[in-house]
Write a protein that binds this ligand. Structure first.
Ligand code: PMP
Length: 429
């Protein structure tokens, strides 16, 4: 494949944009560096780059794209918003509609607020929890990524883990001192942390289904155990469902596992591909937020008509019959095909899958926490990534990321991907 135009653009970008990219994982650091591919058009499950190469896309823009690129229903919603004015600075009736759709799907959102990114959503839940409890410390789980605000870049995963800089520079020690990190899926260590710090803990922040060191599910009883211990200490439970909301079911992991948190942060899919975030939870807690309460949070772009319209359109598509069954069916087909090709080639892999999202870990048996994900073979993943890219399969450039299917992927796309993987595994053997 010829990537020369991408390479030239990246060269120019490095003279203008710091690092040549506007979000670190796009720099392909997780796969040994090199020039990222510059995409020019997306339609359905496909991408075309600036050199005219075509790809089947599994990046899904790191999660927001679940109905395929340029879905006509979402495109129409965005176009209508563009012609009606993209930003008013006043409330609009569309905000009520999207709020009602979210509340119908996720009943724990007694009150909610729209913001512009997952980072903003999580950041505000932490502030509100601190306001409500009058406490400062938070507990999070190692390897989970919750955005780039100070408190959660303490031993974070995703981009930071790939870059090997779990603690960002520029974060005061005093901030880090208020953050306790424990391993995911380890109730005993969590309980010990609560025993030691419980009375100082404002909130426990958890990705109920992990998406940021690969797809990792909670053990049976883990989320309920976390909730019980959290509430016993008078702390609040926050679910970061920025990836998981509407990814695995129409709703969130709260519906899948039957555990409701006090607050939830969302983003990605609920904006249909446009910038969005939302946070919400129990009414008494949410009434801490300005103008009702003393916890301040605001946003010029919050609830903008374009993002809200795109979000409504996206959820309308996801309400269609059989959508998540189809994602699960395709996900299962992909999982078993990849597994078979890998064993034929004698390449040891483990696949973690939930519905239409999966992660392929190389050289490891079981991945149930960050250390196990971290121990997987990054060099093997890198080789696989480039071998797949050369065959027109666009994966996320990191061993910690997920493959995201969309409603537009077909069985033929899956089978072509499995064929390409077979060749990649054979070349690696
Ligand atoms: N929380 C989770 C679980 C995420 O996966 C992400 C982004 N990958 C964020 C928060 C931050 O969202 P954003 O990039 O929209 O700020």
């Amino acid at each position: 494949m010829d990537f020369s135009t991408s390479q030239a653009l990246h060269k120019e970008a490095q003279e203008r944009i710091v690092g040549g990219i506007n979000s670190p994982s796009r720099a392909y650091k997780g796969v040994g560096g090199g020039s990222p591919v510059y995409m020019e058009q997306g339609k359905g499950a496909y991408f075309w780059d600036v050199d005219g190469n075509q790809y089947i896309d599994y990046l899904g823009a790191y999660g927001p794209i679940i109905t395929g690129h340029a879905h006509p229903h979402i495109a129409e919603a965005i176009t209508t918003a563009a012609y009606n004015g993209v930003l008013y600075g006043t409330p609009t009736k569309m905000e009520n509609k999207l709020a009602a759709m979210l509340q119908a799907a996720i009943p724990s959102l007694e009150r909610l607020r729209f913001v512009n990114s997952g980072t903003e959503a999580v950041m505000t839940t932490v502030r509100v929890a601190r306001a409500y409890t009058g406490r400062d410390k938070i507990i999070k789980f190692s390897g989970s990524y919750h955005g780039h605000f100070d408190s959660v870049l303490v031993e974070a995963g995703s981009g930071p883990a790939t870059l090997g800089t779990p603690d960002s520079a520029g974060i005061p020690q005093t901030v880090a001192a208020d953050v306790i990190t424990v391993p995911y899926n380890d109730l005993e260590t969590f309980q010990q942390a609560m025993d030691q710090f419980g009375e100082q803990i404002a909130a426990v922040l958890v990705e109920p289904i992990v998406g940021n060191f690969g797809i990792v599910k909670p053990f049976d009883g883990f989320l309920q155990g976390v909730k019980d211990a959290t509430h016993n200490a008078g702390s609040l439970l926050i679910f970061d469902e920025v990836i998981s909301a509407f990814r695995f079911t129409y709703g969130s992991s709260q519906q899948i596992y039957g555990v409701e948190p006090d607050m939830t942060a969302m983003g990605k899919i609920i904006g249909g591909g446009l910038p969005i975030g939302a946070y919400g939870g129990r009414q008494a807690i949410m009434e801490q937020v300005a103008p009702l309460g003393p916890a301040y949070q605001a946003g010029t772009m919050s609830g903008n008509p374009a993002s809200i319209s795109a979000g409504i359109a996206c959820l309308e598509i996801l309400q269609g019959t059989g959508i998540y069954d189809k994602l699960d069916f395709l996900g299962a087909r992909l999982e078993s095909g990849l597994q078979q090709k890998a064993s034929e080639a004698g390449i040891p892999i483990t696949i973690n899958r939930m519905c239409g999202a999966l992660t392929v870990f190389f050289g490891t048996d079981d991945v149930t926490n960050y250390d196990q994900a971290d121990a997987s073979d990054g060099d093997a993943f890198s080789r696989f990534f480039w071998l797949m890219l050369e065959q027109g399969i666009n994966l996320a450039p990191s061993k910690f990321e997920a493959w995201f299917l969309t409603t537009e992927h077909t069985e033929a796309d899956i089978d072509a991907t499995i064929e390409a993987a077979g060749k990649a595994f054979a070349a690696m053997a």
